[in-house]
Ligand binder design. Structure first.
Ligand code: AMP
Length: 543
């Protein structure tokens, strides 16, 4: 028996129609360096329609790719709405990748157009000549200087001039809900990045799921500071989720340092935010030296992308009454997979047991753990294995790539290793390639890092496995000491003594200026391993 329900495709066209009308009065504010410029969703919708008409006039048709090379701001949001809702495919280029990688990605995706912020014209001009399929570049901002992009193989336009000449009426296109809406390449540290292509259906379902109470709980009463870049995993789905429910958006543009961030928070008073741990670590450093600073408007902030140290979560909650929500996800999972909201019965310290985990799987995400021998592991919070997941917003393959190593019987192999509790809370202990195997036993680099970062003198810590004749591998901890603090390897080893098993305690320590980071702010352990191999790290032994 078929249902009697209407067959209404889940499309970004519908999402945009809904958001710009029903929530037309909600606002997006973009930081300019000394204040905000603000527009309503209705206005953004009109400008998105102008952009769609302008792109059509330039010949963009069907599922052609329109790339963005932009910070988080109103114009980037306009592209988020216009491009998929006109039936084309939005491709967010990661501006922090190495030039060769950006070139590879733009060519692999066959981008036809690039929309670029005026402040990013310089770096784009370096790679544009090697973009093989790009025909047009649109530069945002009032009277932008187009000259650096001249004679680089594409036609260059002022975004505002194109919009000014276009109609603000566009009949948004309903495509098949399984057709491509947007694409994003992984920020993997080995090999070429891989393209993940989101469908209209996956974006809409992910947006709905993101707003549910088990996830980010966005509503028309939310005002969201979107620090996670729009070029990284669709800014964790925040822009589309916000448009769906009329949550307001606060966009930092290129001002991602702690000082402007604090100003933005104090001026716009967002009650929700999303960013990787390093951003919050930076803000904490600023707040700790400023007794006047008040960020209590932020009720909840979602933190993911890498493990959030418990010490950071506690500092924000205890000193500033800001609740950090730990979440896990990947570019391949749209990206939200799990969020750490404790069960109702857990209070006080008991609740912290749940909050420090990577969280509980959202409705729609199925997960399992696979041991080294291929067996499925139980959810007993002890058995460890590689996390595999599946669901309507989880990728089943990569764009134009037949490498099926990342897939297993219809499940995505995440490359993350951990355990799951009987009530569905995930605890990640490592990336599979970062696991340290000492005397046949696994040592979790993430648990060691979190424990070391709990020391008040430590700003950051990254642990890698180094070869050891007797044990196979032993942990080496690279530590960044906070400004003005002093701590020795022996002090740190002593500090860890009652926190981790004795055989897991690192003997080898290196004190470094900064932990190297990837293009999206994760610890880049590959670089640390290389420095160790090149004998560039000054390693001391704890006694
Ligand atoms: P990306 O595709 O760049 O977003 O990276 C996804 C990877 O980031 C995951 O496979 C994890 O290894 C890591 N990751 C994301 N969230 C967390 C988290 N809360 N804790 C630990 N690792 C995380």
């Amino acid at each position: 028996m078929r249902s009697t329900m209407q067959d209404a495709p889940l499309s970004i066209a519908r999402l945009v129609r809904h958001g710009t009308v029903v929530h037309g009065a909600s606002e997006v504010s973009s930081w300019t360096g000394d204040g905000f410029r603000t527009a309503t969703y209705a206005e953004v919708g009109k400008r998105a329609a102008r952009l769609a008409n302008a792109l059509r006039a330039l010949g963009i048709d069907g599922d052609q790719r329109v790339a963005t090379y932009q910070w988080n701001n109103q114009e980037h949001l306009e592209a988020y709405f216009a491009v998929p809702a006109m039936g084309a495919v939005l491709h967010t280029l990661n501006i922090r990748l190495f030039p060769e990688q950006v070139v590879f990605i733009a060519n692999h995706a066959e981008d036809k157009v690039v929309i670029v912020d005026a402040s990013l014209v310089e770096p784009l001009s370096k790679v544009l000549p090697e973009f093989e399929t790009v025909e047009h570049v649109l530069v945002t901002g009032e009277d932008p200087d187009l000259s650096p992009l001249a004679d680089k193989g594409a036609e260059i336009h002022s975004y505002e001039s194109l919009l000014a000449d276009a109609s603000d009426d566009f009949d948004w296109v309903e495509v098949d809900e399984n057709d491509a809406a947007a694409m994003c390449y992984t920020s993997g540290t080995t090999g070429n990045p891989k393209g993940v292509v989101y469908s209209h259906r996956s974006v809409v379902l992910h947006s709905m799921a993101a707003c549910m109470g088990d996830a980010m709980g966005l509503s028309p009463s939310s005002k969201v500071l979107v620090i996670v870049p729009q070029f990284h995993a669709m800014a964790w789905g925040l822009p589309y989720a916000a448009m769906l429910v009329g949550a307001e958006l606060v966009m930092p543009d290129r001002f991602l340092q702690p000082e402007p961030m604090l100003k933005m928070i104090q001026e716009a008073k967002p009650n929700f935010a999303g960013a990787v741990p390093t951003i919050w670590q930076g803000l904490l450093g600023l707040l700790e030296g400023d007794d006047e600073a008040d960020i209590s408007c932020l009720e909840e902030v979602v933190v993911g992308g890498s493990a959030c140290p418990e010490s950071l979560m506690r500092a924000f909650e205890e000193k500033f009454r800001v609740r950090i929500l730990h979440a896990w996800g990947m570019t391949e999972t749209s990206p939200l997979g799990s969020v750490a909201r404790p069960p109702i019965a857990a209070h006080g310290e008991d609740a912290w047991r749940y909050r420090v985990t990577q969280g509980r799987f959202m409705a729609g995400v199925e997960a399992r753990l696979i041991a080294e021998d291929g067996s499925v592991q139980p959810w007993d919070d002890e058995a460890v294995g590689e996390l595999e997941c599946r669901g309507p917003w989880i990728t089943a393959s990569y764009h134009l790539d037949d490498d099926d190593e990342k897939f297993h019987d219809g499940w995505l192999r995440t490359g993350d290793v951990g355990r799951i509790s009987p009530d569905g809370f995930l605890t990640l202990t490592d990336r599979s390639k970062d696991v340290i195997k000492s005397g046949g036993e696994w040592i979790s680099s993430v648990e060691l890092e979190n424990a070391i970062m709990g020391h008040p003198a430590v700003a950051e810590a990254a642990v890698i496995g180094i070869p050891d004749e007797k044990w196979g591998e032993r942990p080496l901890a690279s530590v960044v000491v906070k400004d003005g603090e002093d701590v020795s390897a022996d002090d740190l080893r002593g500090f860890l003594a009652d926190k981790v098993a004795k055989w897991q305690l690192p003997d080898s320590w290196a004190f470094i200026e900064e932990v190297p980071k990837t293009s999206v702010g994760k610890f880049d352990k590959k670089v640390i391993r290389q420095r160790f191999a090149d004998e560039e790290l000054e390693v001391v032994q704890a006694s």
